[in-house]
Structures are given as structure tokens and as C-alpha cells.
Design a protein around this ligand. Structure first.
Ligand code: ATP
Ligand code: MG
Length: 289
């Protein structure tokens, strides 16, 4: 923003479950924006980007209509809208699932258990697809919120709703019986961006990847007797060879490397067993190849 060159317009949720992490993603990418109450849009101070704050349901259509060039939205909303938008990058936050739930004690042995039943949901398109795929004929009752109370008030036999911890279902006497979609926040784009906008998108993606990669890795420093070095190197998966610095105490070295979060504790245990001491583990802010 600010200048008069091209800017990439991004749509994010105005408030709600996607908001904090969307703002954090921009911030981690070094993009500063001023958020404020009732603000509809804001310019980034230090990146050619303009941010639109919208209801999440509206984001796919706005991106499709080119009001925004890109957007951050849950896959659940994206697929429900059924627009020809591409996911550029899944973002790893706002994870949830769209699931079938039935009152505790009801039989559910799969989609055919829904035959002839009434299903309450805010996701009629996805539910219809699920039913059609399973050759099940059921009635979809669309409601926009508090879907979990529908069976209790006699409105439906089952529901299809978003679940994360399952506590809302539990409190309403419902049991999650089948996951029909796994969802997380995703970055979507309009298909026809100008080369200038694409270039900004590439820069943004480059930063997103550096941030995400850093999150999945830790910087570790450890001390060990020199005779253990070979063993320890073999346990450090090769990003590149580790940094080794001799310690003031003779016969000892300090080793620094990067460890992936996957299997992290197992690797740390192996390093300890191989003679690593004083292991320090530090977060990495950005990782750039
Ligand atoms: P808006 O006012 O923007 O329409 P909303 O009330 O429709 O907001 P939120 O409840 O803020 O939406 O949820 C936004 C998105 O967060 C969901 O579409 C989904 O992708 C994700 N999400 C993650 N966990 C959950 C959950 N437990 N319940 C609902 N949505 C969740
Ligand atoms: Mg919404």
C-alpha cells in the first residue's frame, strides 16, 4: 500500500475463528496493517498489499469476482460455495472437520443410516454431495447457526456440523459418527491475476513458506565429548552439516543444528543416549533456503 504501484488485495475474515491467525500470518510475514473496529479495509505499510475485512462466507465470491485477488478462508466454506477457485497453499490453522452427528444411543452404521431422515446443517451443498455419493435419500434442513440443538428440539434426526473438540456435541447429547470433510484455513486466489500481482503473490508465498518451515523446525545446540561427535552427526538429519565449535574445556565441542518437529522427542532422546549434554532448543523465526 501507500505507493501507486500495483497492490495485491487480500480478503480475510473480519472477526471470528480465522481472524487472529490470519492477522498473525501477515505479521509473521512482516506485513504490518492497522486493524480497527468496523474497518472495511486497510493498507499494509511496508508491502504492496491491501486487506479487506469480510464475513468468511463472502470471501470466496469476492475472490471469484476479483474484488479481492486472494483470500484466506476455511476449506469447508470454500467447498460449500463450490466456485472454481484454486487453493494456493493450505495454512495449517483453524483445523476442524465437518461431521455427521446423531443423538447418543442412535444407531449409525454409515451413510445409509440417514436414509429417509431429516438432517440439519449449515452446509447443504456438502451434505447433498455426501448423500448423493452414498446413494442416500434424506431431507436436508438448512439452518444458519446453533445446528447442534436441532435434534433436541425435534427439528432433525441428525446434524452435519463443524467439530473441533467435540465439546459442543457432547453438551447437546450428540455423538460424532462420521467425518465428511477435514478442513483447515487455505489461501485461495483468483485465476486471472496480472503478472504484477502474481509477482507480489510469489513474494508473499515465499514469506509464508519461510515462516511455516521455521515453525516446523527447532534450532538445537548441544555439548558433547569429541569422541561422541561421529555418533551425534549420524543422528542429525542433514539440512547441511552441523556447526561444530570447540569448547574452552579440552576434548569437548558444541554442536548446532536444525531439528524437525516430527519425531522431535525421540531424536532428542537418541542424542542424549549418544552423549549429548546441555541441550538447548530454540524456536526459529524464519527459514530461508
Ligand atoms: P463470519 O461472521 O465471518 O461469517 P462465522 O461465524 O461463520 O464467521 P467462525 O465461527 O468464526 O465463522 O468460523 C470460521 C471458520 O473457522 C470456519 O468456517 C471453520 O473453517 C473454522 N473453524 C475451526 N474450528 C471451528 C469450530 N470448532 N467451529 C466452527 N468453525 C471452526
Ligand atoms: Mg460465516
Amino acid at each position: 500500500g501507500g505507493g501507486n504501484g500495483p497492490v495485491l488485495k487480500i480478503a480475510i475474515q473480519k472477526s471470528g475463528r480465522l481472524f487472529d491467525d490470519s492477522i498473525k500470518l501477515l505479521k509473521d510475514c512482516g506485513i504490518d496493517i492497522k486493524t480497527g473496529v468496523n474497518k472495511l479495509k486497510a493498507d499494509a505499510d511496508n508491502f504492496p498489499m491491501e486487506v479487506f475485512f469480510l464475513r468468511d462466507d463472502d470471501i470466496p465470491q469476492y475472490v471469484q469476482d476479483k474484488v479481492a485477488d486472494i483470500g484466506i478462508v476455511g476449506e469447508n466454506v470454500l467447498y460449500e460455495k463450490d466456485l472454481p477457485l484454486t487453493i494456493v497453499q493450505k495454512l495449517g490453522f483453524s483445523k476442524c472437520r465437518l461431521s455427521v452427528a446423531v443423538p447418543k444411543g442412535e444407531q449409525y452404521t454409515g451413510a445409509p443410516s440417514l436414509e429417509g431422515k431429516v438432517i440439519a446443517t449449515s452446509y447443504p451443498v456438502l451434505v447433498k454431495k455426501f448423500l448423493d455419493k452414498n446413494n442416500v435419500d434424506a431431507q436436508i434442513h438448512e439452518i444458519s447457526g446453533s445446528v447442534e440443538i436441532a435434534p433436541g428440539i425435534g427439528l432433525s434426526h441428525a446434524i452435519v456440523d463443524l467439530v473441533s473438540s467435540g465439546s459442543t456435541l457432547f453438551m447437546n447429547g450428540l455423538v460424532e459418527t462420521e467425518v465428511i470433510l477435514k478442513s483447515e484455513a487455505a489461501l485461495v486466489r483468483n485465476e486471472e491475476l496480472s503478472p504484477e500481482k502474481l509477482e507480489i503473490l510469489e513474494k508473499f508465498l515465499f514469506r509464508i513458506n519461510a515462516v511455516r518451515k521455521a515453525k516446523n523446525n527447532k534450532y538445537i545446540v548441544l555439548n558433547t565429548r569429541d569422541e561422541n561427535l561421529e555418533k551425534i552427526f549420524s543422528l542429525l538429519p542433514g539440512i547441511k552439516s552441523p556447526t561444530v565449535v570447540p569448547l574452552a574445556e579440552k576434548g569437548w565441542s558444541s554442536v548446532a543444528s536444525v531439528l524437525n518437529e516430527n519425531d522431535f522427542w525421540h531424536r532428542i532422546e537418541n542424542l542424549k543416549a549418544a552423549g549429548a549434554e546441555g541441550i538447548l532448543v530454540m524456536p526459529i523465526e524464519k527459514m530461508i533456503d
